[in-house]
Design a protein around this ligand. Structure first.
Ligand SMILES: Cc1ncc(COP(=O)(O)O)c(C=O)c1O
Length: 409
């Protein structure tokens, strides 16, 4: 009998065996086969530092092949943790040593490590609305009950957060985690002003809520250095700062990290059941970052993405202005478009698809509804000329939907 005709373990039978969380999750965004992909938040391919990484890997293997090719422990390669600690010490003025850092398999895994360590069925996690769907999925998969706090153009609104935390306190079930992207939020592009950061850090401390500061896009700084981190404002207490080399070196590395006080790091490390992240990659990344090639590479990326951000913003003004408003982000990979009243994001996404352009409807970025009038557009992956053409087509799609909406009204 051919394997797929075997009635045992059919798709339905397998579905019946799934963990309850699986049914609660939305599918993730993915690479699109369309000619113009403004959907997946991926870096520019030609600038990936392949030759430098190859040389770094050779150096790492030549220096200590057995170390690179043997289990390296749950916390990860100490010299790379020390390098991250030194950088963050210089930035924050706080003591950040290798004992304050644990290495993960990308920052997506860092969020899961945090969720596995702190979240049980029904525990409350507070997130911004909108926020990164990967974080929503991870917290839901661990059984969290998610509460949204609205964002405006400047990010999470502290007064709204205060109301949520006060209400939680009154119910006797305080939130455990507050997940925040202070710099260049995915999807909104918003950067929290320092006063808001200070207010958020102080509210979290007052209510005994652990902060998770997701710094995935820090480094992709397009208008100068980033503002003071939540980590610094919180004095490194009650906070887990999540970082990654995905956006500044390569997403394929899957090398991320968490910085936190050692009491927290020990618990996170305790909850690693995968024998740690790959030592060979830690050693390669360490060789690369200490070679002196990393900082110029990041500056080059900033130039590339600044040019793309500016080209895409100009094209949006040229072709989409009647249908949208948007704020130019000061870093990261995304424009977050607000559609004119009456224009529905899903209809615009469908019309853009017909014209060979993939963009993402805003609805996936809210855990409890919203985003019907929003579209996320990735400017990182395509060169300026392609962005211009893709956004010209997107403008046509918006016009077509606007005409249909008027016609249908
Ligand atoms: C906000 C945010 N956090 C975390 C991640 C995960 O990135 P990685 O696991 O590649 O470090 C992403 C990926 O796009 C992201 O947008």
């Amino acid at each position: 009998m051919p394997q797929d005709a075997d009635p045992a373990f059919s798709a339905a039978a397998i579905e019946a065996l799934l963990a309850p969380a699986v049914g609660r999750l939305e599918p993730p965004t993915s690479l699109s086969p369309l000619p113009y992909d403004l959907n997946a938040g991926v870096p520019d391919r030609p600038s990936l530092p392949a030759a430098e990484l190859q040389a770094a890997l050779e150096r790492a293997l030549a220096a200590d092949a057995a170390g690179a090719l043997t289990y390296g422990g749950q916390q990860g390669y100490e010299p790379l943790r020390a390098w991250i600690g030194e950088r963050q010490s210089a930035e924050t003025g706080l003591e950040v040593t290798s004992a304050h850092v644990t290495l993960t398999t990308g920052s997506a895994h860092a969020i899961d490590n945090i969720a596995a360590t702190f979240i049980g069925e029904g525990d409350v996690v507070v997130v911004g609305a909108p926020t990164y769907p990967g974080a929503i999925r991870t917290f839901l998969a661990r059984g969290a009950s998610i509460i949204d706090v609205p964002q405006d153009d400047h990010g999470l609104i502290p007064s709204a957060l205060a109301r949520v935390l006060d209400t939680r306190r009154m119910t006797g079930r305080q939130a455990k985690l507050l997940y925040v992207q202070a710099n260049y939020d995915n999807p909104s592009g918003a950067t929290l002003p320092v006063e808001r950061r200070a207010a958020i850090a102080s509210l979290a401390r007052q209510h005994g809520v652990l902060l998770v500061e997701d710094d995935a896009y820090t480094g992709i700084d397009l208008d100068g250095p980033p503002l003071t981190s939540l980590y610094e404002l919180a004095g490194g207490r009650g906070i887990m700062r999540v970082g990654t080399f995905s956006k500044t070196i390569a997403t394929g590395l899957r090398v991320g990290y968490i910085t936190a006080q050692p009491e927290i790091i020990r618990q996170l490390v305790f909850m690693r059941f995968d024998n740690g992240s790959p030592p060979i990659l830690h050693r390669m990344v360490h060789e690369y970052v200490r070679s002196g090639a990393y900082d110029p590479h990041v500056r080059r990326l900033q130039e590339i993405y600044r040019e793309r951000r500016d080209a895409s913003a100009a094209a949006l003004r040229e072709f989409c202005e009647p249908y949208i408003t948007f704020q130019v982000p000061s870093g990261g990979f995304f424009h977050w478009l607000r559609l004119r009243p009456g224009l529905d994001a899903k209809a615009v996404v469908a019309a853009a698809k017909e014209r060979g352009v993939a963009v993402t409807p805003g609805t996936g970025y809210y855990s409890t509804g919203g985003g019907e009038d929003r579209i996320r557009l990735v400017f990182s992956a395509l060169p300026p000329a392609d962005l211009h053409e893709a956004i010209r087509r997107l403008g046509e799609a918006m016009e077509a939907v606007a005409n249909t909406s008027i016609g249908g009204a």
